[in-house]
Ligand binder design. Structure first.
Ligand code: CA2
Length: 148
């Protein structure tokens, strides 16, 4: 089973700026950690990042047939992208929204996510470990579904 881990705009800069908010780990470090935990759980990871909203929509559409679940850090797109919301709503596999920082403890505009209502769940503020928590949750959700 393959899990898509999708990352939105500017997350390629992780570890290079604003370490007080996002920590020192790079996106490559996040990928390594995700792949390690997924391997322990018997899952494959397809790890991607794009600065392009349309590309993320295309990947969510691809996930309908190519993935068993999606971990999505939409970055700033989560605050306003209805295209992303519609793509998630049309994605027949479970999607978990992850934010490295606590979006409720920052500027007011970050507290709103237009995608939260159409995902299975949200992890925010647990740093890069939120990605690991999301992969673990997906492993359990997929196992429960296969046993039902
Ligand atoms: O906390 C998160 O994971 C965010 O999704 C990150 C987004 C931000 O717009 C969201 O409100 C919360 C920002 C991604 C940009 O990441 C950077 C990382 C390091 C340096 C500069 C940007």
């Amino acid at each position: 089973m393959t899990i898509f881990v999708l990352n939105g705009p500017n997350l390629n800069l992780l570890g290079q700026r604003e370490p007080d908010i996002y920590g020192l780990a790079t996106l490559e470090d996040v990928q390594t950690i995700c792949e390690g935990r997924a391997a322990e759980l018997g899952l494959e990871i397809e790890f991607r990042q794009s600065n392009d909203e349309g590309q993320l929509v295309d990947w969510l559409q691809e996930a309908r047939t190519a993935a068993s679940g999606v971990v999505l850090n939409p970055a700033a797109l989560g605050h306003y992208s209805l295209a992303l919301r519609d793509a998630i709503a049309a994605c027949d596999v479970p999607v978990i929204e992850v934010h490295i920082s606590n979006i409720h403890a920052r500027e007011e505009f970050r507290a709103k996510s237009v995608i939260s209502a159409v995902v299975v769940g949200v992890i925010s503020g647990l740093g890069i470990w939120g990605y690991v928590g999301a992969i673990e949750a997906l492993a359990r959700i997929l196992r429960d579904r296969s046993e039902a």
